[in-house]
Design a protein around this ligand. Structure first.
Ligand SMILES: NC(=O)c1ccc[n+]([C@@H]2O[C@H](COP(=O)([O-])OP(=O)(O)OC[C@H]3O[C@@H](n4cnc5c(N)ncnc54)[C@H](OP(=O)(O)O)[C@@H]3O)[C@@H](O)[C@H]2O)c1
Length: 326
């Protein structure tokens, strides 16, 4: 496994990170434990374990993937200090304070603290709640001060909001964000490659974790019409489904699987330290590990060159066009 330093946190993170949402609810605890054991054995040290209190959609069933992660981790005998535990925090709408969210989510995941918490703007945008970055910085600092959190990051945000957060934290001597979690795949490049966001994040060494790297599986062959669980952004789903055949051919042309090519692409951008993906089967994890060999074999430029003519999703989320209040 290869590792990168996570911005100014000093954390050494594996280039591959494992998600939980929408996968651990479709697996047995034995299967999750086997997946986690294998992940640790190959050096993956970053597990994304959000408590999705249905985020911006309180009417939906609350996911129990964080609870199932805790059961499986115990079964697998993975010590808390041996991995990086990431939680999500939602702001606005009916969501309580960050402290109240952690008071609920840490016990669910059976941990005393999180290494990282990622602020997610979906709820605020959905409910039309003004995003007060100074309040977000202050609340994150409160979690860090009381020992529940080590570092924090931002999911999607306007570049101006990221700058406000960083400058306010600097002025007040509070912890700054160390990373951003952004959707990134060969046909959804705008957010990660946004020049205004890159200017700020490079200035302050805020690095990226790529998510949606497989377009929730649709890019690598999952049929959306058979969806028994939520898919991704509607536009991303459509574009991924239209591209899947071409993508598979390109992967075959370099003796790789589609998932390996998709993950190698996400890792080919210099600001991306790690690619986050979900795997509902051990065989998928084993397949995805090959992305690192592919990247080493073709080089970042080789991977990007292979995918340079892939048409871009015309309606992809961009940092100047993040979904606002409906
Ligand atoms: N979506 C986001 O914005 C977001 C944000 C933050 C965190 N997360 C976290 O990231 C994790 C990943 O979510 P995502 O939305 O970004 O989905 P994703 O990783 O793009 O896609 C995951 C799906 O891809 C399929 N897959 C994985 N490896 C494969 C392989 N080798 N061959 C074929 N299919 C493969 C699986 O589908 P099947 O299960 O149908 O086989 C899997 O469920 C979540 O679990 C969550 O914890 C997501």
């Amino acid at each position: 496994m290869e590792y990168r330093t996570l911005g100014n946190s000093g954390l050494q993170v594996s280039r591959l990170a494992l998600g939980s949402y929408h996968v651990y609810d479709r697996m047995t605890i034995d299967q999750i434990a086997e997946l986690l054991t294998t992940a640790c054995a190959v050096g993956i040290n970053w597990f994304d374990v959000g408590h999705y209190a249905s985020a911006a959609h309180p009417e939906e069933k609350v996911s129990v993937t964080d609870i199932r992660f805790a059961w499986a981790r115990e079964q697998a005998g993975i010590k808390r200090e041996d991995y990086i535990h990431t939680q999500k925090l939602w702001y606005g709408g009916p969501r309580p304070s960050f402290k109240a969210q952690f008071a609920e989510s840490l016990p669910r995941a059976q941990v005393d603290y999180a290494d990282l918490a990622i602020y997610n703007a979906d709820t605020a945008y959905h409910f039309g709640t003004p995003v007060d970055m100074k309040d977000i910085v202050t609340q994150m600092a409160g979690l860090i001060e009381c020992g529940w959190l080590r570092h924090w990051g931002i999911n999607q945000a306007f570049p101006a909001d990221v700058r406000t957060a960083i400058e306010f934290a600097e002025k007040e001597g509070l912890p700054k964000p160390v990373m951003m979690q952004l959707p990134y795949n060969a046909f959804t490049r705008d957010m990660v490659e946004d020049p205004a966001l890159l200017e700020i994040t490079q200035e302050y060494n805020v690095v990226y974790q790529a998510s949606n790297v497989l377009a929730v599986g649709v890019l690598v062959g999952r049929p959306i019409e058979a969806a028994t669980r939520p898919t991704g952004y509607p536009s991303m789903d459509r574009s991924a489904a239209a591209l899947a055949g071409q993508f598979a051919e390109l992967a075959q042309s370099v003796d790789a699987t589609p998932a390996q090519l998709a993950i190698a692409f996400a890792l080919s951008h210099p600001q991306v330290v790690t690619a986050l993906f979900g795997t509902s089967k051990l065989s998928q994890l084993q397949d995805n590990l090959g992305a690192l060999d592919l990247l080493a074999r073709l080089g970042a430029d080789g991977v990007r060159d292979l995918l340079k003519d892939i048409p871009q999703d015309p309606n992809q989320v961009r940092v100047d066009r993040i979904e606002g209040p409906a």
